[in-house]
Design a protein around this ligand. Structure first.
Ligand code: EPZ
Length: 423
């Protein structure tokens, strides 16, 4: 298995360009099933999850041309689309559930074996199903007991749906299904993430009539047909946040190109509280961790626009070396502290109490053998490896390959001493 070897590095210096957003491109790729015309998606990051989504669309009968050297994917879902998503692909990426709404509309049925929980939590889909049922889908309850979503619908109709939790995936699945339903759908307590806005702009370009994306109330007027489009995916805000922390934790100064600071207001505010200087310029965002000592702050993760759960572990990396104690509360996922044990192998001395992690800070970290326990936690232990004495060996880096395009090259471009080794 491949590993990363990360050595204590100097301050990050130079510039880095952010890739397209994984969590925007995956639902957009699912939405291409809603038309039989060609869709061209640009600024697609070359990631494992994108490969899996391409394979999933192909297995459903769509024509897919992947050209990730040019960060482009073309999909033409013409002809018959089959209704069953193959389990070997679904178990590789739980975001496969994102095809549920589009598949149901396109083929009248969607059969998806749920992969169940993962490192960060149970990942239920009852809100996705509540929405589809409200739109007129039938969900086979027996299959559901066996972890299989078997949804049928001849025609979907508009409805008013309230989400008990502003689930990103449920919001995306419901928007896609409602786009071609008969009548108007109002989605209350919807997720407001920028990736929802990008999906809605993609669908509206296709001819959908979606208003309010990015707010808690989204109104979708069903239309008869959607047509093919070309679309640039928004930059990945979590990749951008990860690189911002790389400058902060090493006391470096970098220029981040192709990021949208408005998508990271909570993270920027918190980094500034820690003493990081952040300037938004027309060339990009300058992140300077060299001017002031890094002091601690408390974090509470929340649905957007609150502090993003995906930045919890990368930010905790910074807090392990910040001056002073801090508390991190994870309110979005029920088990997203797997990285704490890995940080503690490096001497972070973090304690967890339920939803909270207590970080003493001021630590002199030591290189250790650690594992990437999820996508973002993997990036987080690389960040601590940049400042830990000696060498940190990061295993299970396939998690990182899922969500960070050219991660090693980009870090080395900033001066990081990191290399990928095959075991
Ligand atoms: C999306 O996951 C992202 N993935 C996640 O990013 C991100 O952490 C998450 O949103 C929150 O921002 C993609 O976009 C592909 P949710 P999703 O449904 O849609 C509970 C990464 O690192 N919930 O908003 O699965 C759920 O258990 C990944 O890129 C229900 O209870 O997130 C969780 O506790 C990790 N019932 C919370 O909501 C439901 O029916 C947030 O889940 C659905 C969700």
């Amino acid at each position: 298995m491949a590993k990363f070897l990360v050595k204590k590095s100097g301050p990050m210096r130079g510039e880095v360009t952010i890739s397209g957003s994984k969590n925007a491109v995956l639902p957009i790729m699912a939405a291409t099933l809603l038309t039989d015309e060609e869709c061209v998606i640009k600024d697609v990051p070359a990631l494992r999850d994108v490969d899996v989504m391409c394979s999933l669309l192909e297995s459903l009968g769509a024509g897919v041309r992947k050209n990730l050297d040019e960060n482009r994917v073309t999909v033409k879902a013409e002809g018959e689309i089959i209704s069953e998503a193959p389990f070997d692909l679904v178990k590789m990426m739980r975001a496969s559930i994102l095809v549920l709404g589009a598949l149901l509309l396109r083929s009248g049925r969607a059969l998806i074996h749920l992969p169940g929980g993962c490192a960060i939590g149970e990942r239920p889909v009852e809100l996705h199903l509540k929405g589809l049922k409200a739109l007129g889908a039938e969900i086979d309850e027996q299959s559901l007991q066996k972890g299989i979503v078997d949804a049928k619908a001849d025609r979907l109709h508009g409805a008013t749906i309230y989400l008990d939790f502003p689930s990103v995936g449920a919001t995306e699945v419901i928007i896609m299904a409602a786009a071609l339903a008969e009548g108007t759908t109002v989605l209350e307590n919807a997720a407001q993430e920028p990736e929802i806005v990008d999906l809605a702009s993609f669908l509206n370009k296709m001819g959908a009539k979606i208003k309010g994306a990015g707010t808690g109330t989204i109104k979708i007027e069903g239309v008869e047909k959607l047509h093919g489009v070309s679309h640039h995916v928004i930059p990945d805000r979590i990749e951008a946040g990860t690189f911002m922390v790389s400058a902060a934790i090493t006391g470096g100064k970098i220029l981040i190109k192709n990021m949208l600071p408005d998508h990271l207001k909570a993270v920027i505010a918190k980094l500034r509280e820690c003493g990081v200087e952040i300037d938004v310029t027309d060339r990009g965002v300058i992140v300077d961790g060299s001017r002031n000592p890094i002091v601690s702050t408390d974090i509470k993760t929340l649905p957007y626009p609150g502090f993003p759960t995906d930045m919890q572990s990368p930010f905790m990396a910074l807090l392990t070396v910040a001056k002073g104690p801090s508390v991190v509360m994870e309110t979005v996922f029920e088990n997203r502290f797997m990285h704490v044990a890995e940080f503690n192998k490096m001497g972070a001395n973090i304690r967890t109490e339920g939803k909270c992690a207590i970080i003493p800070g001021n630590r002199e970290l030591k290189g250790a053998q650690v594992a990437a326990t999820d996508l973002r936690a993997g990036a987080a232990v690389v960040l601590t490896g940049l400042v830990a004495e000696g060498t940190t060996e990061v295993s299970q880096i396939y998690h990182i390959d899922r969500g960070y395009e050219h991660f090693v090259d980009k870090l080395r471009g900033l001066g990081a001493l990191i290399e990928r080794v095959e075991d």
